[in-house]
Ligand binder design. Structure first.
Ligand code: UT7
Length: 322
């Protein structure tokens, strides 16, 4: 059976790390509040010379090296972001040019924090349909550029970064095939106003700033994620006991704990990077995945669940055997 197998992963962070204590020098907040309510201790903030495209390109190069392939062999690039370098052209085309795989399909997807899951779903479908053989799937953000640094309810929560995977179409046989086993994606536009940006080219002609009704997003996140996780497991004919790792969107340590509890996953099997990276939106899942592969936790053959929920609302999960 043709499967989309993860052949390599990579990630990139801006140079500058910003601790809660440093933030508290300019924002009316404290390390205690941020750690207790979110689990965040640190985030990375892009400098003027660091952009979504440059971080994405760095992460992509590392994923390509890890896969041991030539960039020229990539025939599809999907980049998930809510903070593109420009409104158009797609940031994916800038990454493509930097990598030198000009000519292949390249586009961005906008599903905010769930963007990477959407990108994996689309890439997997295109690979299985025969439209591509080797895809670069990237989540990259410079959310710091759209934060209102006077709004303490949002600006302490987010950070910048990028993560990438190479997905390769391979014929897999046997009872434990590698690759993407099942993906489920959802959106519900009735909740646009709970997490959004208050600007855009067609309305205000500006970029706008992030606005969020945090406690309401929190409640929806736990319910929606629990539901989509059980749907994906059901579709694959597996149970939570089969899972080796949960790699969740890193929005808030309390959401990670609640989701893991609902899924019956012990804490040791949940990859947590929110303390180091904060919420990097579309970059958070691939950043966490690459972190756990690089430190030796996630190994080939492991059954891994990726999940995310974000603005729209959008949410989704993908079950992958590494
Ligand atoms: O990535 C997309 C998905 N996003 C999420 O999943 C985020 C979901 N939501 C959350 O993670 C949490 O709701 C937050 C971390 C955003 C907020 O935590 P909370 O426990 O829900 O706090 P709250 O909004 O109910 O605020 C509690 C108090 C308020 O003060 P009063 O009204 O009780 O006096 C806030 O004004 O904490 C205050 N507060 C702060 N205090 C210090 C809010 N932000 C801060 C801050 N520092 N940065």
């Amino acid at each position: 059976m043709l499967r989309s197998v993860i052949a390599g992963t990579g990630s990139a962070l801006p140079r500058r790390a910003v601790s809660n204590a440093e933030l508290a020098e300019t924002v009316d907040t404290s390390d205690d509040w941020i750690v207790e309510r979110t689990g965040i201790r640190n985030r990375y903030i892009a400098g003027d010379d660091e952009t979504t495209a440059s971080l994405a390109t760095d992460a992509a190069r590392k994923a390509i090296d890890a896969a041991g392939i030539e960039a020229k062999s990539i025939d599809l690039i999907i980049l998930a972001t809510a903070t593109p370098n420009q409104t158009f052209p797609a940031t994916a085309t800038q990454v493509q040019d930097a990598l030198g795989c000009n000519g292949c399909i390249a586009f961005d997807v906008a599903a905010v924090c769930s963007g990477f899951l959407y990108a994996v779903g689309v890439a997997d479908a295109m690979i299985r349909a025969g439209s591509a053989k080797r895809a670069l799937v990237i989540g990259a953000e410079t959310f710091s550029r759209i934060l209102d640094w006077e709004d303490r309810t949002t600006c302490v929560l987010f950070g910048d970064g990028a993560g990438a995977i190479v997905l390769e179409g391979r014929e897999e046989a046997g009872d434990k095939p590698r690759g993407v086993l099942a993906t489920k994606l959802h959106a519900d536009g009735a909740h646009n106003q709970l997490l959004y940006v208050d600007g855009g080219p067609s309305t205000t002609r500006t970029v706008g700033h992030v606005r969020m009704k945090g406690p309401e997003v929190f409640k929806h996140a736990v319910v929606n994620l629990a539901s989509v996780l059980s749907d994906v497991l059901g579709e694959a004919g597996l149970t939570n006991n089969d899972l080796d790792w949960l790699v969740p969107h890193q929005a808030n340590a309390r959401i990670l704990d609640a989701t893991a509890r609902k899924l019956g996953m012990p804490k040791e099997k949940v990859v947590v990077t929110v303390d180091r990276h904060a919420n990097t939106s579309a970059a958070s899942v691939p950043l966490a995945l690459d972190t756990a592969i690089a430190d030796g936790r996630i190994k080939q053959g492991d059954l891994v669940m990726l999940e995310a929920m974000g603005g729209g609302f959008t949410w989704g999960a993908s079950l992958i055997r590494m």
